[in-house]
Write a protein that binds this ligand. Sequence first.
Ligand SMILES: *[C@@H]1O[C@H](CO)[C@@H](O)[C@H](O)[C@H]1NC(C)=O
Ligand SMILES: *[C@@H]1O[C@H](CO)[C@@H](O)[C@H](O)[C@H]1NC(C)=O
Ligand SMILES: *[C@@H]1O[C@H](CO)[C@@H](O)[C@H](O)[C@H]1NC(C)=O
Length: 372
Amino acid sequence: LTLGRRLWLLLLLAAACSGILFALYSSTVGPYPATPAGARDTMTSQAFFGSNALNFGTRKSRLCRCPLHFAIQRHPHFRRLFNLSTPVLLWGRPFTQELWDSLSQHKAPYGWQGLSHQAIASTLNLLNGSENAELFAASKELRPDCIRCAVVGNGGILNGSRQGPNIDAHDYVFRLNGAVIKDFEDDVGTRTSFYGFTVNTMKNSLISYRKLGFTSVPQRQDLHYIFIPSDIRDYVMLRSAILGVPVPEGTDKGDKPQTYFGPEASASKFKLLHPDFIRYLTERFLKSELMNTNFRDLYMPSTGALMLLTALHTCDQVSAYGFITRNYRKFSDHYFDRIKKPLIFYANHDLHLEAALWGDLHKAGIIWLYQR
Ligand SMILES: *[C@@H]1O[C@H](CO)[C@@H](O)[C@H](O)[C@H]1NC(C)=O
Ligand SMILES: *[C@@H]1O[C@H](CO)[C@@H](O)[C@H](O)[C@H]1NC(C)=O
Ligand SMILES: *[C@@H]1O[C@H](CO)[C@@H](O)[C@H](O)[C@H]1NC(C)=O
């Protein structure tokens, strides 16, 4: 294909995208396009985004039919919230006094106020490879031009959903916390590219959901871990995991990281969310009323929200499975519950706000949200 022809096709794609979105916008009176009754709720993510990609002959030239940044640019509200240039990961290279001073102004998970300089510096110094700076393979050869991601929450909506093959068909699959797979392959798929957690949520999941099948954190050679730094524990565990030594101090003292992450966990397996990114997400997308209450210091976006928003800032297309929907009462808390359990709203997260955000992002064509 000549360059000219390819550009022409790209223009055509852009026009097709805006056409679809224009049709959606013009069908509504409210600030967001409304869902045509029943239609999109049953649609698959492939139908939503268009077929996988147009194939120009080589894998390298697979292009997205409707990359999410198109949808963001066309949306009057979300265009002002998103800054896709915000650094997502924290790694060793820019560890300067300036970074320390800047992050020391905020409490965890938004910064390092009151945390040990030594513990943080010694962790970041180990995260000094290019793999730590980027979520996806740095090599352009290995990376599809249209990065299609599935983020799999643990919501009861997935029980009996038969979405496993659709989930596995994405380029990357994100999971989090009590990500039970065994016996739920048909509903949640089998692949895991990224597993996201805080040490607190990971260990709680292993305790609370062990009897329900979450007996170990997913481990695979090509799987990467995304640490959410909500506490000094996360930095200390991460450092010990890279060094392959028991945790020397703090809440998790004596823990052997290889019991969680496997015996061959080198620095390249780990990614660390940037505290500035968590603050940006919270302020722009999940600024909860809880932040004006006594629960201020307890509140943060849920692990699922942080993973979905991470995917939105790194992938070209994002499908969300197992996330809270407006009809959450129909479903159990988790897909792996043995008996139906209502979802409980604790004051550390604002799941109502998250549900509204996922619904709005879906209506805006920025994510595809699995609903039923
Ligand atoms: C987006 O984020 C980048 C990196 O933090 C920053 O340099 C830039 O000014 C931001 N853009 C806007 C419009 O806020
Ligand atoms: C990263 O740090 C380790 C330990 O300090 C060092 O051996 C290694 O060469 C560094 N790697 C890079 C890419 O700078
Ligand atoms: C999961 O779905 C099956 C049918 O697909 C149903 O029998 C079971 O009660 C559901 N489990 C929960 C906890 O709702």
